[in-house]
Design a protein around this ligand. Sequence first.
Ligand SMILES: [Fe+2]
Ligand SMILES: [Fe+2]
Length: 329
Amino acid sequence: MSTAPISGTDVHGDRELRDRLGGIMALAHVNTFHPNAFVWPQAVTPENLEYLSVVAYGDPGHEREAIAYVVKELAQLAEIERHVSATMALILSEMPLHPGLGELSEGYELHHALSCFAAEELHHANTFFRYVREISGFEPRLPDSRFGERLSVFQQDDHPWVKLIALCASAYVGESVITVFERRTDRLDPDRRYFVTRLLHLHGLDEARHIKVDHIVMRELYSRLSTEQRARTRELLTAIETLNSRLADDFTTLIGKLTGVDIAEVPAYRMQMAITRSFAERLFDDDGNPRTADELLNDELRQLIHDFSGAEHVHTPRRGDLPAPRTDI
Ligand SMILES: [Fe+2]
Ligand SMILES: [Fe+2]
């Protein structure tokens, strides 16, 4: 069994990781939101629905299609967030069954970080579900969301770190894609006048912490796994990604039936799919090690993201060059 660390990665000690997790969550009670705090009637004003058309198509006039697209994506995201929340609670509950997890699992920091993550995802699911009901006027709920099947992927006898890495890696792709959408809405609406801009901005306050936790999990915990455990992590990741993509197909069919809109024709959807596919395909480097959404960018993907969101990065801006200070003033 190999326990070699990821090449090029600094592997940190348990105490340092606990401190980092504690630091990430230090202001989780401040930089967050509650669904009660939104002014819900604003979500459905004509200006706000028109803005959805601008986000999805680039101009007004496609409100019906844009609403159908947003409903499909956010109802589906709510289901996935609820599953992430439940699976994190499951992993936390199973950790005491695995003695030898080391100092990282002791104390409150990891428990607190994963508990905050899980609680926030359940709140997001609650918020997004309310939002899609408001803007659609119907109940975009599947008769069977495959929840049991999705949970069962993580109910086998795997090491807690294997489960946690697979779960975080699967969530990470979606969290990175919605970050790109948050940047697009921020760019189109810098004063955050529109409901969906505020919604994505506030969601992003929590997501910024989730991303940092994902990075620690995907780098530091992955580096501790044996070769067999790494292979198993990839198996679990493939299994949950397969089920999540079936869920996406189910939502496309459901929303197509309820609205008569072919989601595949919506420009933002096509862009979203292109970015999602590239993130998922490039998440692991040629040596099989996970990398961040910014590390995996190539020129083509960076250009695609720039054209869509105005930013050339996903989570971490690249260090830029500047000329020397002027001396003629
Ligand atoms: Fe979320
Ligand atoms: Fe998240």
